[in-house]
Design a protein. Structure first.
Length: 126
């Protein structure tokens, strides 16, 4: 694999945790391996590994963009990642309030619902 892939895998594990990445890697097939390489290099090895902003800020941006574009299935994973990125519950609320104003209340409302559920699950696991 490439240096960017290795950097991406390191960042992916840092943000999502070994357990999550190990599960994803175990379910990877020949069919989706090229896609997994693409996101590991592009998202994790380039965007997340950049040094222009903090992981906390990247986390907030990612959650806001996911909510604004209606990609709700990724929100719980990225809420769990806030435990590693330093984004607080207040940070997430602020991000979703921006979504409400600039992208629509229904999307922000659904994102908040998912965040509340995920935070509750995280607290139950502690």
């Amino acid at each position: 694999m490439s240096e960017r892939y290795d950097q991406g895998m390191k960042m992916r594990r840092k943000v999502l945790g070994d357990e999550h990445v190990d599960r994803a890697e175990a379910s990877k097939t020949d069919f989706d391996a090229p896609f997994q390489t693409l996101i590991t290099e592009g998202a994790w090895g380039s965007v997340w590994a950049g040094d222009g902003i903090s992981l906390r800020e990247r986390s907030m941006l990612t959650l806001a963009l996911l909510a604004a574009t209606g990609n709700f299935e990724e929100i719980p994973m990225h809420i769990r990642a806030t435990a590693r990125t330093g984004a607080s519950k207040q940070d997430v609320l602020e991000a979703f309030q921006h979504v409400a104003i600039y992208a629509g209340v229904p999307r922000a409302n659904h994102a908040l619902k998912l965040a509340k559920q995920t935070y509750a699950e995280m607290e139950d696991q502690d």
